[in-house]
Design a binder for this molecule. Sequence first.
Ligand code: HPA
Length: 267
Amino acid sequence: MSRSAELAALIRDRAGEEAPEYALILGSGLGHLSEKVEGTAIPYSDLPGFPHAGVSGHVPQLVIGELEGRRVAVFGGRSHYYESGRADAMRLPLEVLAALGCTRLILTNAAGSLRPDIPPGGLMLLNDHIAFAGTNPLIGEATDARFVPMTEAHDATMREGLLAAAKAEGVALPQGVYCWFSGPSFETPAEIRAARVLGADAVGMSTVPEIILARFLGLRAAAISVVTNMGAGLSDESISHDHTKAMAPIGAAKLEKLLRRFLREGE
Ligand code: HPA
């Protein structure tokens, strides 16, 4: 049995057979939604190969259960490329999701905004991305399946549902392009200006490898950024991980309303 099949069996044993309809991966400062799911919480430390070292502001557990009447799998935290130098750090958890029969994934992240009309505390729905970190989670994959088309990486139907949920909740949800920087250092002001010229609307250190892996595994995916700051040099505020964690809950409250509505009314 493959490692992902073994882990899927372990998860089914504890949480039941039913496949999750949606999976959520929660970003920095956003992990607490995982604690609101009615169901079975499995610490990553019980799931060999899952990212249990983690980054502060993440909640290292997988919760399988019910949110707004939907069967969900919620990841309270993720691994980032910058933790290990491995862009495929989230491959095993995503393979496990696919093995559980889940087909839809919503990713969330904390991000810096490049657009004055998307201020800190605001949300942005990704309609495309730029893999500026210069690597790819599928490097080393030996099959032809590695040649994944990315033309429609951010699922149009899921985005429609998220936009409708945002409208219904009165939450502003502009769409934009997310540019993936490796981190862990934040960008320089020159890098932020460069990202703007390249067509980015927000910058961050995650999500893009998971979108690529999700498409590789046949999962439909959409992603939302919670803006915690303006990109370096665009405002006088200082940029730090503490600031990210302090600001994330403001956007997280809107994100939770929106996700709950989406789950209630989504496709
Ligand atoms: N840059 C990269 N990642 C981030 C930022 C940022 O400004 N804010 C939160 N995560």
